[in-house]
Design a protein around this ligand. Sequence first.
Ligand SMILES: Nc1ncnc2c1ncn2[C@@H]1O[C@H](COP(=O)(O)OP(=O)(O)OP(=O)(O)O)[C@@H](O)[C@H]1O
Length: 911
Amino acid sequence: MALLLSSPCGFRSDEDEDMAVFESTAAEHGFTRPRLPEISVISPGLEPRPSITEPKLAVKPSVVRQGSHDQGNSEKVKVYLRIRPLTEVEKERGEEQGSVAVQDEETLLLKAPKDSQNMKNAERGITQSLHKFSFSKIFGPETTQQQFYECTMKTMVKDVLQGENRLLYTYGVTNSGKTYTVQGSGREAGLVPRALVSMFRKLQGRLYGAMDLKPVMYQDVRHLEPGEVRAEEIRRNSLLKEDEHQTSRRGGTTSVWDSGIAGLSSTTHIATQLEDTDSVCLEPDSLSHSGGDDLEEGVQFSIWVSFYEIYNEFLYDLLDASPSLQPRKRATLRLSDDKQGNPYVKDLTWIQVRSAEEAWRILRAGRRNQSFASTHLNQNSSRSHCIFSVRVLHIRPEADSGQPMHISELTVCDLAGSERCKEQRNGERMKEANNINTSLLTLGRCIAALRHNQNNKSRPPQVVPFRDSKLTRVLQGFFCGRGISSMVVNINPCASIYDETLQALKFSAIATQLVHGPSTKTRVAYILSLLREPAAHGNESTVIEEDEEDSDGEEGDMTMLNNEALLRAIDILKREVQRQWEEKEVLEANVREQVVSEMMEIISGMQDGFSETLEAERALIEERYEDKISSLQKHLKLFYSQELKERDQEIEALTAALEKKKAAEQNSSVSEVDCEGPRRSHRLNPQAEVGRLRAELDQCRAELLAKTQELTKLKMQLEIPGPTGALTGAADRKLQEGQRNLRQLRLDLQRLGVDLQSGERACCRNTGGERLRQALTAADETLAKQDQVLVELQNSLTLVKADLRRKAETLAQTQSARPLLPPSEYPSSATLHSCKKRGCAAAAASDNENRPPQKRPFFQSLFPTRTPTRKYNTRTAEEANVTPYSQILRSRQHSPPPSPVLTPRSLRGKY
Ligand SMILES: Nc1ncnc2c1ncn2[C@@H]1O[C@H](COP(=O)(O)OP(=O)(O)OP(=O)(O)O)[C@@H](O)[C@H]1O
């Protein structure tokens, strides 16, 4: 079977929120999901094995990047796995499905149970159902507390007494045995009580009796005044008394631990008595009495303890001697940085302890203030991250001021159990779970960033997000060279929580890739190594040639160097400081550049986002306003159509009322109908009016025809030879008669014009008068024709007159040739004169006024704008006498072209 090492994100499971916590940690490294093998292997903390291809996670031993001389400690971080035994109840529930199997001391095999999400995903081909993990050491369910202590904490205690800083933190799903591992249960004392007992046993006879030196801030010591010493004593005694009081209330066998959350306290029967713990720890192999021999000669030790918790991202002092009765109103602690930027918990209570018993009793008193609650997996679940710290002051009695030479610290952190948020039905529990997962996520990110920086020295380092959570901030020092950290992963082999267990193991796999930062202990050794390294420091190696043999051990002693060597060492160190300073500056510049470029990216992203939003908003607003406009248009259309409808209705109603009124008037006065009726009836019935007008026109035309025929007859008579005077006299009479008839005709036409105007007005007012308009147009045409006929008639008359004149001349010549006629038979001079005059007038008229009438829609001339009253009023008297019909005719003669044909105007001028 080919085995491939999958990155943690290769196990991306599911749509689970909690899972994402871990996946995101791995995802930061840009791992891509490989082709799925049948089994996944994660090999943390161990060198790659030949059978396993490990392209991404193969890590060369290295240290946190702190310069090129960090070879002081390249050991990998220890990650221990502890599997808790299944309880009888769990076995009865069928939780034992063999999903967790220990292959050997370092290898664990996980097999997904059939109901797990992992198995479902494996069936869909998303992930594997088998996973293999490697650890520094695996402790099975049968492992006793004693064995576990021996393999994990024992050496740490030794290191702390020798001046090192050590951190141990437990990580795991809730109910997996973290608290059991750290504190113990019943007679099974955990790591902390064992460590305390071990420590005090080693320090027998070496304890510093006074209480005047106290650890403060990050790793400083303060000299206490006598008053302060007394206050410290009172504080310690009150805590001890409180524990005594609680213990006596429990009858010495039962401890009642308040959860610290109102209404959520739980009672646990754990007889964690120090006597028991002591008896456990005094087992032959548990502590080596000879350990005290490792301690520095002449140095005295002062032991101080602190205990606090991080609950919902707030820090609470669990050793506060006067805790508030209302746990929710407990005072919170602040995190501060000292001058060197090292974080520390401000105003944290530190209590000096003189024995393991005192230390344990104080920690036990503090535990009563801890936040516990019942979860669906654990009736007594720690809902906070608990941090026990033991500070050891290494005091040299011979020092003048009694200042301690050194401070070392042992910190044990019992992390709150990770749990799926969706399992939490209670709002408070949900919030806790969120905060727990957030801080664990940050821890994972920090570890991942540290690992990345260690593995990719050529690339710019990633910023380790220690500041993103309180937990990582308080533990920061242990990941940055202040000490060494170890991790204990607790798992519960229950099949029902397999998925959570798998995720916890993936998380721990990242931690196992870390190597330790440089140790504080090695500072002197580091200086000596600088002096020894010829490659790095040129000829400086000669400085300590005589001391080479002595400097093999880690603990160097500066006092063995002579003055010259020391001066040279100072020189080298100065240069080293300078070099590191420059390196840090470059690093800082890189970090700043990265931050700036990231900021620029963010800003440009924001800009893009804003402009997109702006565009979208603009489009939205435009769309909205277009909608508004169209709806407004619709409403306006509706409104105006209604208005028009209403007006039409009003007009119809008015018309009907008018007709009604007129009909009533017609009926009431018949006589009026005779004289004025026709006009009214014209208005009332325009069609009838038009018909009547047409009939009148026909009549006029007939009259004209008759007159024309009469004139023709006269002409013929004139052509018949006969006495000239009689002929002209008859012609004159006939002409005068024709003129009279024409005058009459003209009057009729004028009347017709007036009637037509009124008829057309009436037609225009009629809303449905299209037909009437057509009728009027026809009438208009008829009138034009009538005009034409009149013109023709006039022409004929002119011709007749010319002929008459000619004949009169002929007659005159005839008379002059013949004997004189009696005066009565001569044509009168008036007649001749009138004939002449008429001929000239006709000629002038033919010049000036013989213009053809122009066609123009009659109803147009009815509009007042075309015939302004003012203009009419300013006309000459002659024009003012012009009849309405002549006005109509004139309106048709705008810019007439010259024509030989006589027009009605010439007639008007003449007659
Ligand atoms: N190795 C072990 N041997 C025997 N019992 C164990 C072991 N580990 C855990 N237990 C028991 O399992 C139960 C749960 O353990 P514990 O309270 O320590 O879990 P936890 O991980 O601290 O849970 P939480 O995170 O919710 O506080 C306890 O009753 C404890 O006694």
